[in-house]
Design a protein around this ligand. Structure first.
Ligand code: GLU
Length: 451
């Protein structure tokens, strides 16, 4: 009998909490997965014996480093940089870099843990990692951002590589920042390799990478609706965020005949009862990217829209919701409000935007609920396709890539059905995604023995 037989779910979670003090986001992410995995491995002795979940929940390594840079006034500034390499059982570590003042070890460990399952779900050979810094790009000049990116890469370069760890963008890191970091990597190593994804098209980037996360989250939603013989046609969608993921999710909702009515930023949300059109969404993209503007300005531009300062959009009645801003932006009460207002489907464009209480509310209400690790996997999937194109030294067409993205999202959806069908027509997508992602990584780990 394995010595772990007596370690039940509560015992396991106590251990996770004890070993990771002051890391609530990481503990939350592990708990969400462990709730499903404990039931799944109950009769699977090998996973217990080999302590697979315990090992996945302990990152391979956490690298933390100092990042010094000089601001435009000549002041020396010091930030903390990280790379969390969670698990490389099925491929090189892969995951974004986040620049945001909220970044700390807990946030990056939760993201790297989630990424491990998400990447496995894509079906592509990618392990899980995440990195970033507490650097706040807001209000910084372009030169300051460039100097910061260069300094960040001056340390990060020794920990990454095409077959080691391939970072990409995330909150606060888009094409511009990837360009500065790629330039610095190339300058230090004198190598033009697939060390980052989300690159510009001129130097090895892939078509549809910017669109992929938001589009993918909507494809996933459409897949869930299809099981119920429904489509997005005529559905009202509440969306949070106004960055890359949110605007592309809104765009795809419009393409599929739905009506997005909200977007938000950290200061508040806008409600446009007429619905956001493709022209309005384009205006938001430009306003956020080039002018670094606030979403509140939308109401000056488009009459009929209202701005709600300091609020999140979950109180607006809708058929479907897409949280596309950040972690823990949708709480238990928000989930109850959405359900009470008749929301039938939620697809997470962000990583862990719904807190544990909210997840349980959606599950208890048996609505369609897609966790981020399944719903937002389209972004990293197209990153994986960028790696393949770079290795082959060729570029696929937009049509080919759009089809591949759709197929990958449908594949993830089918995987979730395999492990998430609960009978009576209800699919627990959280459970489906957790088990499908876990099984792939776990079986590879079993093959390697105790390492
Ligand atoms: N940051 C994105 C995510 O959360 C993309 C990561 C990547 O492309 O490597 O999945």
């Amino acid at each position: 009998m394995a010595i772990t037989d007596h370690v039940d779910f509560n015992g396991f979670m106590e251990g996770v909490k004890r070993r990771n003090p002051h890391q609530p986001e990481f503990v939350q992410a592990v708990q969400e997965v462990a709730e499903d995995i404990f039931a799944f491995i109950q009769d699977k002795e090998e996973y217990h014996e080999q302590q697979i979940l315990r090992r996945i929940a302990e990152p391979d390594r956490v690298v933390s480093f100092r990042v010094c840079w000089e601001d435009d006034n000549g002041n020396i500034r010091v930030q903390r940089g990280y790379r969390v390499q969670n698990n490389n059982a099925i491929g090189p570590y892969k995951g974004g870099i986040r620049f945001h003042p909220s970044v700390n070890e807990s946030v990056l460990k939760f993201l790297a843990f989630e990424q491990t399952f998400k990447n496995a779900l894509t079906g592509l050979p990618m392990g899980g990692g995440k990195g970033g810094s507490n650097f706040n790009p807001k209000g910084k000049s372009v030169r300051e951002i460039m100097r910061f990116c260069q300094s960040f890469m001056t340390e990060l370069y020794r920990h990454i590589g095409a077959d080691v760890d391939v970072p990409a963008g995330d909150i606060g890191v888009g094409g511009r920042e990837i360009g500065y970091m790629f330039g610095q990597y190339k300058r230090i190593t004198n190598q033009f390799t697939v060390v980052l994804t989300g690159k510009g098209l001129e130097y090895g980037g892939s078509l549809i990478r910017p669109e992929a996360t938001g589009y993918g989250a909507v494809y996933f939603l459409a897949n869930m609706l299809a099981v119920k013989d429904m489509t997005l046609e005529g559905k009202t969608a509440v969306i949070s965020g106004s960055g890359n993921v949110a605007t592309h999710a809104a765009e795809k909702v419009v393409h599929l005949g739905g009506k997005p009515v909200t977007l938000s930023d950290s200061a508040g949300f806008i409600h446009d009862p007429e619905g956001l059109t493709l022209e309005k969404i384009d205006w938001v993209k430009k306003h956020k990217t080039y002018r670094r503007g606030r979403i509140a300005d939308y109401c000056d531009e488009f009459k009929g829209a209202t701005y709600h300062e300091g609020k999140t959009p979950w109180g607006v009645a809708c058929d479907v919701a897409l949280p596309c801003a950040t972690q823990n932006e949708l709480l238990g009460d928000d989930a109850r409000t959405l359900v009470a207002n008749g929301c039938i489907g939620v697809s997470e464009g962000a990583n862990m935007p719904t807190n544990l209480e909210g997840v349980h509310v959606f599950k208890d209400a048996r609505i369609l609920f897609a966790p981020g690790k399944a719903a937002n996997a389209g972004g990293v999937a197209v990153s994986g396709l960028e790696m393949s194109q770079n290795s082959e030294r060729r570029s696929w067409s937009e049509t080919e890539l759009q089809q591949m993205l759709k197929d990958i999202m449908s594949g993830i959806h089918s995987n979730c059905l395999t492990y998430g069908e609960m009978g009576g027509g209800y699919v627990d997508y959280v459970k489906g995604a957790n088990i499908a992602g876990f099984k792939k990584v776990a079986d590879a780990m079993l093959a390697f023995g105790v390492v």
